[in-house]
Design a protein around this ligand. Structure first.
Ligand SMILES: Nc1ncnc2c1ncn2[C@@H]1O[C@H](COP(=O)(O)OP(=O)(O)OP(=O)(O)O)[C@@H](O)[C@H]1O
Ligand SMILES: [Mg+2]
Length: 280
């Protein structure tokens, strides 16, 4: 059953069978004790504002520690990897065509290249952040992304639909980074529909003074216990995926002062929503 957090003390409480509940502005809140419920009822607005601050600060701390981890991993791996790759290539070149070890050396070289690529992306992630925002038309960015996938989608029998808002307002966006993010969300959707080609739909619209872009697919979906980890670096369900794509996407969107969220139902599909505020 679903667990939620007590907005007063932050403890996890079970929704089912919960006896300490309170309603505020049409939402139901769950508490661990009568004491927490009473505190909430005294000033729900203040409690909710504090909860949101607490969550933001946890998120900030998490980002700092993730960054430290990324630094350490990249540093510790890069140097030994350079020698492993370099020596492996040297040995490979010295082996005769019929040497039985050739295949093994090739495997080492390929795997090292894969890890090197991942480290490169990790370092890119660290150094990213310098955006060059210009007044941009989100519809143009989305259209460009879709255009680059048109052939692949057709070849893979994936049906696609693009629904763009009328007269999009210009927003301050780093077009290249946003394009990269939308491209990547489309890539993830294609990967999720690898076994069963379905439908990809991309929409742009305005909601609550923000531009929203949704990328939805009818792919395999994301299991409930995994969904909270998908934006973390190195989280992947691929055998060799670096699992950095969504981490990049989230950083890019956050740098724009926006947010990215996901809703998914295993077996049915997934919707990613990017929110880009119109006012800085
Ligand atoms: N549209 C989607 N449908 C189903 N699962 C998804 C979708 N998008 C992401 N995921 C899940 O989230 C995981 C993490 O995604 P992310 O893009 O960060 O990494 P990746 O695609 O595995 O690797 P990379 O993007 O670095 O090549 C994926 O491995 C997949 O399990
Ligand atoms: Mg990906």
């Amino acid at each position: 059953m679903m667990d939620v957090k007590d907005p007063v003390c932050g403890m996890t409480v079970k929704v089912e069978g919960s006896v300490f509940t309170s309603s505020f502005k049409g939402e139901t809140y769950y508490f661990c004790s009568e004491k927490c419920r009473a505190e909430f009822d005294e000033g729900p607005d203040a409690v909710l504002a504090m909860k949101s601050e607490r969550e933001k600060s946890v998120e900030r701390e998490r980002s700092v520690s993730l960054e430290k981890m990324i630094d350490a991993v990249a540093h510790e791996i890069r140097n030994p990897l350079t020698s492993i790759g370099g020596f492996a290539r040297k040995i490979y070149r010295s082996l005769s065509q019929d040497d039985p070890n050739r295949d093994y050396m090739k495997m080492i070289i390929d795997d090292v290249a894969r890890v090197e690529n991942m480290i490169r992306q990790i370092v890119e992630l660290k150094t990213m952040g310098v955006l060059h925002p210009k007044p941009s038309d989100i519809n143009k960015i989305v259209s460009e992304a879709v255009r680059s996938f048109e052939k692949e989608l057709t070849d893979r029998n994936i049906e696609f639909e693009v629904e763009l808002m009328d007269k999009p307002p210009l927003a301050l966006l780093d077009g290249g980074s946003i394009l990269k993010t939308i491209n990547h969300l489309i890539r993830n959707s294609i990967e999720a529909m690898e076994k069963a080609p379905g439908k990809l739909k991309i929409s742009t619209f305005i909601r609550n003074e923000a531009i929203e872009v949704t990328v939805s697919d009818t792919g395999k979906g994301i299991p409930e216990d995994k969904i909270k980890f998908i934006f973390d670096p190195l989280f992947t369900s691929k055998i060799y995926g670096p699992g950095l794509g969504l981490t990049f996407d989230k950083m890019i969107i956050q740098e724009h002062g926006g947010s990215i969220s996901v809703m998914s139902e295993p077996g049915k599909g997934t919707v990613f929503t990017i929110r880009l505020p119109l006012k800085g």
